[in-house]
Design a protein around this ligand. Structure first.
Ligand code: AMP
Ligand code: ZN
Length: 117
């Protein structure tokens, strides 16, 4: 996925403010933070959405979640944080490279979802 913006970030072609990196995972601050701390955890390998994961991805997805808390603590989130994965059109996904949002840094992140109008 040469044109995918998050693939380009994981290859270092587009700069990012890194939170964590290993062979398979990258985490970086969101360009347009919705809370005082807002970063994204991505697999380096391109996976478009949660619809596209398979049993082969279990270990990778597990690694992303099992490292989330230590990444959050490294950013000062010691009293909780919100974890969001948007999927597809209805889920409001804008970038079609799987990512986990981690948000916090305020006294409360706020309600889980706003009321439907
Ligand atoms: P989603 O709506 O779940 O697909 O979220 C995509 C997120 O990617 C948004 O919060 C954007 O602000 C963020 N984003 C888009 N481009 C960049 C970039 N170059 N660096 C960091 N975050 C980005
Ligand atoms: Zn990608």
């Amino acid at each position: 996925m040469s044109g995918c913006i998050f693939c380009r970030i994981s290859r270092g072609e587009i700069p990012s403010r890194k939170v964590y990196e290993d062979d398979e995972i990258l985490a970086f601050h969101d360009l347009n933070p919705q809370r005082p701390v807002h970063f994204l955890i991505i697999p380096k390998r391109h996976i478009s959405t949660l619809y596209d994961v398979s049993a082969d991805d279990q270990e990778l997805l597990g690694r992303m979640l099992t490292r989330a808390a230590e990444m959050a603590r490294s950013q000062g989130l010691d009293d909780g944080f919100r974890t969001i994965v948007n999927t597809g059109r209805v889920g409001g996904q804008e970038v079609y490279h799987l990512h986990i949002h981690i948000m916090g840094g305020a006294d409360s992140v706020g309600p889980m979802v706003s009321a439907l109008k």
